[in-house]
Design a protein around this ligand. Sequence first.
Ligand SMILES: Nc1nc2c(ncn2[C@@H]2O[C@H](COP(=O)(O)OP(=O)(O)OP(=O)(O)O)[C@@H](O)[C@H]2O)c(=O)[nH]1
Ligand SMILES: [Mg+2]
Length: 192
Amino acid sequence: MFFWNWILDLFSYFGFKKNAKLLIIGLDNAGKSTFLDRLADSRLAQNPPTWQTRSKQLDLGRLRFTAYDLGGHPTVRRVWKDYFPAVDGIIFMVDSADSKRFEEAKTELDSVLTCDVLPDVPVAVLFNKIDRKEAVDEDLLTAQLNLHTSKTGKEYTPREKVGRRPVETFPVSLVKLMGYGEAMRWLAYYIE
Ligand SMILES: Nc1nc2c(ncn2[C@@H]2O[C@H](COP(=O)(O)OP(=O)(O)OP(=O)(O)O)[C@@H](O)[C@H]2O)c(=O)[nH]1
Ligand SMILES: [Mg+2]
């Protein structure tokens, strides 16, 4: 382990980074495309609904993330699992202000977490749009999505101690630039 870390340090010292594939999924209108834009710069653009996969690259510590925004309309949800075998981490976005769709979000998230072609990669569940007054707080939404028993903690617990897929929720506002840095650092910890 020490030797491997040393090699990685040496690689990043000379500018080589480990590539990591990150999938951004979730229901339509959750904020996935906005998130992808936020990763690259801080301007807030409006995106039309996504029908074709978009991707962007960003560096975080020793990792070079390629993040894929897959679109969330029911017809494009079917392609999510085609990407699963090759991913290193998942961001599942939920609109925390749209309580009418929590049940639908739960169904999709459950099928992701139980999908047999998804390797044991970390899953960060982003509760987006917490700037909106209708937004439901983290604890309540965690209960609505039945995630209390799946969550493994925001602190960086070594993978061996976690003993299963790391899963955690993060309250986020892409408009107010809040919360997503923490989610990305948490993912990077479990991917490195
Ligand atoms: N208030 C608020 N609105 C947000 C936030 N993030 C995204 N939105 C808005 O939510 C709407 C949908 O955002 P998109 O990023 O296009 O959603 P998407 O998940 O890519 O949707 P599909 O491509 O249809 O799957 C847009 O009007 C965004 O401006 C946020 O943090 N707060
Ligand atoms: Mg989109």
